[in-house]
Design a protein around this ligand. Sequence first.
Ligand code: B1M
Length: 232
Amino acid sequence: MSDEQDIILSELSDEELTLQMHDDLYDGMKEEIEESVNILLSRGWMPYDVLTKALVEGMRIVGIDFRDGILFVPEVLLAANAMKGGMAILKPLLAETGAPRLGNMVIGTVKGDIHDIGKNLVTMMMEGAGFEVKDLGINNPVENYLDELENGEYDILGMSALLTTTMPYMKVVIDTMVEKGMREDYVVLVGGAPLNEEFGKAIGADAYCRDAAVAVETAKEYMAKKHNQLGA
Ligand code: B1M
């Protein structure tokens, strides 16, 4: 029997358990991740802390070894699956704030890109903060965003891209909005690991959001401005 099998998760200290979760995420062990998430919650951890300190940090480590050629797509897919298992437990808790409805958002990962963990996290956090979010999923051509915006009542468009090859597609969406005379009707927020503030400005977005918490704060600021303008 390996050391790994001997570990009783509930007997680890918070710090040991968090490190163990980084390992379990790395190894794609979904059931262990789910058990550990539940243990931390039962110890009084805030859902947001479980998310950032255990899951997101674990995925950051996976990302480094993926980049360095130590991990490959099949292993990273398992890690992503384990992460999603943990996120599914946290989702209702993050959404349970009872906050009043602040605004409506459409979000999706751009065409050519199938990464969705970051986008899902943004969706969860936005919902938790009181936004209504329509998630268009992954690999979205410009038509998907525009059809949804035109057929609903939205305040914010959010786009996610994780690849340097897909991030320019955000500009295609924004340029099409400009052509159709609808750009000014929405706040456009963009995010994803390879982006930065400069890129956000260059493509004509209203703001680049470094992470899900920044996305929530930025969306709140823009909604407050909008309400102030309407009230003026
Ligand atoms: Co991919 N992948 N991947 N991958 N993958 C990266 C992005 C990469 C950086 C890895 C690396 O080399 N270090 C690299 C991109 C390099 C580059 O473009 N320069 C890469 C590559 C190359 C690829 C493939 C091409 C690999 C291949 O096939 N050879 C391929 C591409 C497929 C495609 O999309 N067409 C691929 C595939 C995959 C998997 C399918 C195996 C899997 C995705 C599973 C899934 O998402 N369901 C995967 C994963 C998991 C990763 C890494 C390891 C982790 C991404 C992640 O989930 N991070 C990633 C490495 C990395 O990013 N360091 C990598 C955790 C997540 C919480 O963070 O997504 O950054 P993040 O989201 C954050 C913020 O960025 C922000 O808030 C989030 C929460 O705080 N944010 C937003 C994100 N979207 C936002 C939208 C907003 C606001 C904020 O709107 C308002």
